[in-house]
Design a protein around this ligand. Structure first.
Ligand code: GAR
Length: 221
């Protein structure tokens, strides 16, 4: 028996390299997903170009054309609902989403964040890790809740910070890990292996005590 591919919508504000990684994983046959929508708040986002090249429907909403954040988010989430998406992936979407708009999506919406959450929620994560003298840095994929970058963490990838690192090199090195971490998590979700119940991440039906770790090219408990 074959199961239908997971219908995935992606929101992205920027260049879209994480979207590209998802599309490449799908092309390689590693991701049983169908991309039904790429949405953005920036008309010039590279992610939109990638989506158009891949024949994926796009939605561009300019926040300046809405009276407030709530009405923007309401319209955006209407579009997402209409797309038939089963999973919503935030891949570099740089807006805070209204809690009421995202509430129906809790458990069906993930975000990739460039830090080892709960460290460094918000912006400038690489700079802050360097300033703190951290020896390691990383990326997290988490379920999105109304708390900014505060939802239950599903998986993380870690890398050692070297004395040569600056904000740019660290960001660039971490991005390479993000590109493997995000498709791996989406693939687990597409296989029905992950769920969120009562604020707890379940893997294969069992609570995950600590986030999965990206090790040796795979997700590991
Ligand atoms: C990625 O590093 C992602 O982790 C980060 O934005 C970048 C998007 O890059 N996301 C956040 O900071 C969310 N708080 P991309 O457009 O090339 O995928």
């Amino acid at each position: 028996m074959t199961t239908a591919p997971l219908r995935v919508a992606v929101l992205a504000s920027g260049r879209g390299s994480n979207l590209a990684a998802l599309l490449q994983a799908r092309s390689r046959g590693e991701l049983p997903a169908e991309f039904v929508l790429v949405g953005s708040d920036k008309a010039d986002a590279g992610a939109l170009t990638l989506a158009r090249e891949a024949g994926i429907p796009t939605a561009v909403l300019d926040p300046r054309r809405f009276p407030d954040r709530v009405s923007f988010d309401h319209t955006l989430f209407e579009r997402i609902q209409e797309s038939g998406a089963e999973l919503l992936v935030l891949a570099g979407f740089m807006r805070i989403i209204d809690g009421a708009a995202l509430a129906p999506w809790v458990g069906r919406m993930i975000n990739i964040h460039p830090s080892l959450l709960p460290k460094y929620r918000g912006l400038h994560t690489h700079r802050r890790a360097l300033a703190a003298g951290d020896l390691e840095h990383g990326a997290s994929v988490h379920y999105v809740t109304a708390e900014l970058d505060g939802g239950p963490v599903i998986a993380q990838a870690r890398l050692a910070i070297t004395p040569q690192d600056d904000e740019q090199t660290l960001a660039a090195r971490l991005l390479g890990y993000e590109h493997r971490l995000l498709p791996a998590v989406v693939s687990y979700i597409a296989q029905g292996r992950l769920a969120l119940r009562d604020g707890q991440v379940l893997l294969d039906g069992r609570p995950l005590a600590t986030p999965l770790q990206w090790r040796d090219g795979a997700l590991d408990r």
